[in-house]
Ligand binder design. Structure first.
Ligand SMILES: NC(=O)c1ccc[n+]([C@@H]2O[C@H](COP(=O)([O-])OP(=O)(O)OC[C@H]3O[C@@H](n4cnc5c(N)ncnc54)[C@H](OP(=O)(O)O)[C@@H]3O)[C@@H](O)[C@H]2O)c1
Length: 237
């Protein structure tokens, strides 16, 4: 199924996996809306994207801002929601409120987007973002693990509730995006080398490789209720 002329909304499309997905969708002739919080990141992304792309400033946890993304849009074909950060912290040493933003982004944020998108869709797809943590939690990432596991539950349940609209999720492993370089900072080289030594394919993923999965989930009309893992086999070791 071609994405030519399709209207695609990517919430979290100004960077990393979302940005690469916008780029690949535009290459196929789609009309793309990218949303994110930072105007600067959106402008930079728009500068580097070629094709029919519109940007909207919106924080996914703000329901009114999410409505703005869809204003004037009568038909939506595909939605991709990579927006969301990584909240770390041992639960005994971290104030519970510090975990609220991450859970709101992944669960309520996704609901706000879906509730605006679905009335504008008859078929097509919604792709949510999980992560390797859902299968392989690590100490100190418990509440992000809770968030991505909830996304997987949401995916399975919504694939029935929103039928015939398809609902899937991507569960990436380590992917070389600004999210990772910002979190690791000066530890980047050391941590990534340790990770690479462990991953069967001996490297981390590129945002384009994960974006290819997002495009597949939009294009293939028979994939539904699926959590698609792309982690170089890391969850098996
Ligand atoms: N990279 C990895 O190794 C990896 C692994 C597993 C899962 N993931 C998941 O994949 C998704 C994308 O990650 P990435 O690595 O591509 O990160 P990224 O490069 O930081 O991109 C995140 C995008 O989402 C936007 N965003 C973040 N929080 C938002 C919010 N509250 N409201 C609206 N937009 C928001 C960002 O723009 P603004 O900051 O301007 O809002 C940006 O456009 C995330 O959910 C992440 O947890 C990534």
């Amino acid at each position: 199924m071609s994405l030519q002329g399709q209207n695609i909304v990517i919430v979290g499309g100004s960077s990393g996996i979302g940005f690469e997905t916008a780029r690949l969708a535009l290459q196929q002739g789609a009309n793309v809306i990218i949303a994110g919080r930072s105007e600067e990141k959106l402008s930079k992304a728009k500068f580097h994207l070629i094709g029919n792309v519109r940007t909207v400033i919106a924080n996914i946890v703000n329901e009114a801002a999410v409505k703005q993304i869809f204003t004037g849009l009568h038909q939506v074909n595909h939605v991709f929601i990579p927006a969301g950060g990584l909240t770390t912290g041992n639960i005994l040493e971290t104030a519970p409120n510090a975990f609220r933003q991450g859970l709101e982004e992944r669960i309520f944020g996704a609901l706000y987007v879906i509730r605006e998108a679905v009335p504008r869709m008859s078929t097509g797809s919604i792709t949510l973002m999980s992560g390797k943590l859902a299968d392989r939690p690590t100490p100190g990432t418990t509440m992000t693990t809770v968030g991505v596991s909830a996304v997987e539950a949401l995916t399975r349940s919504l694939s029935l509730e929103l039928a015939p609209i398809r609902v899937n999720a991507i569960a990436p492993g380590w992917t070389d995006t600004p999210l990772v370089s910002n979190i690791l900072g000066t530890q980047y080289e050391t941590v990534i080398q340790t990770v690479i030594d462990k991953i069967p394919v001996k490297r981390i993923g590129t945002p384009e490789e994960v974006a290819q999965v997002a495009i597949l989930l939009m294009s293939n009309g028979f994939i539904n209720g699926e959590i698609l893992h792309i982690d170089g086999g890391e969850r098996l070791v």
